[in-house]
Write a protein that binds this ligand. Structure first.
Ligand code: SF4
Length: 323
């Protein structure tokens, strides 16, 4: 009989899947599905959906306090029988105390995973997971070049949800003439992914996914020497010490990343999408326009239906302008 899957779902890319896997669990980031009853005022659709993600394999939910709606999400649906863990994520990052708190929270998460039935990680086991996830990220990054926006997002989703690494010929290759774009903003829910179909159909291609499910919020490459000395310390630094994110204070590193992104990936425009109630992203739109110095198409992720007709027209007009 196949072993029962043991998945821990987690809300933020700042929670290293390597750490969860080293405790014997399957780390799983998933896009929430259709509307949840908790999409009340002040809770964005992504956070509300994460709070009620369902699946027979889910053994615990890990929320990170990266924004008020996600913090609120941890409080709703508390008759949920699935154990919850609230990870206190420091917004600041420029002091040793903030780095120390992040490390302590990782250790506290580790104790929670052990209490649930996981194993205590060994340095060798953690290093093995770090090597595995880093190799997978590099494979996925290379495959972006050959896949349509939608096909690549689906491969990324399988990796985030199960750790599966894609291989073989692309099912849906990208047309060579497609216009390279950056996708930026709130993480898309499963229902929002048709945005990528619209971009592909209109002659665009997401050359850089700068949402939470894309490569912007990946750790820096692991340093093998430091990893050999102290794998946990290297893991924490590669994530908390280096990842740009909109929730960090100050969030200058995000804008440095954005300014550099133009040199690394020659995108011709930015498609910006944000959920209702996501003040973190909406507040930064003017500065995103200024720093990127690129044309920006701003779309509202309004949920069911998502005004598909209006999106289609605006996306087509945007890509015609960039052509
Ligand atoms: S989309 Fe915005 S409000 Fe929603 S969870 Fe992400 S950062 Fe928080």
């Amino acid at each position: 009989m196949a072993p029962t899957p043991r998945a821990i779902v987690y809300s933020s890319p700042f929670l290293p899947p390597e750490w969860i896997a080293a405790h014997g669990w399957t780390p799983s980031r998933r896009r929430p599905g259709p509307a949840s009853e908790f999409e009340a005022e002040g809770v964005c659709r992504f956070a509300a959906g994460f709070a009620v993600l369902a699946g027979p394999d889910i053994r615990a939910r890990v929320f990170a306090t990266t924004c008020d709606p996600m913090r609120r999400g941890a409080e709703i649906g508390t008759d949920d029988p699935i154990p919850r863990f609230l990870f206190h994520m420091p917004a600041t990052w420029q002091t040793p105390e903030a780095h120390g708190l992040y490390r302590e929270e990782l250790k506290r998460l580790g104790r929670f995973l052990e209490r649930l039935g996981g194993c205590a990680p060994t340095p060798a086991g953690l290093m093995e997971q770090m090597e595995r996830f880093e190799a997978a990220r590099e494979t996925l990054l290379a495959r972006r070049e050959i896949l349509s926006s939608r096909a690549h997002a689906e491969e990324m989703d399988r990796f985030h949800a199960t750790g599966e690494v894609p291989s073989g010929a692309p099912a849906v290759p990208r047309p060579k003439s497609a216009i390279p774009l950056m996708l930026l903003g709130s993480p898309l829910r499963a229902d929002d992914l048709h945005l990528l179909d619209l971009l592909d159909r209109a002659g665009g291609w997401v050359a850089a996914d700068a949402t939470e499910f894309g490569e912007r919020e990946w750790p820096r490459r692991f340093d093998r020497r430091r990893m050999g000395e102290d794998a946990f310390d290297e893991l924490a630094d590669a994530y908390f010490g280096h990842m740009p994110a909109i929730f960090r204070r100050p969030n200058g590193r995000f804008f440095e990343w954005l300014a550099d992104a133009r040199n690394r990936t020659p995108v011709r425009g930015i498609v910006f999408a944000a959920h209702p109630w996501c003040d973190l992203w909406r507040a930064e739109l003017p500065r995103i326009r200024e720093v990127s110095a690129l044309p920006v198409l701003s779309l509202h992720l309004a949920g069911e239906g998502n005004a598909e007709g209006a999106w289609t027209t605006r996306i087509q007009a945007f890509l015609e302008m960039l052509a």
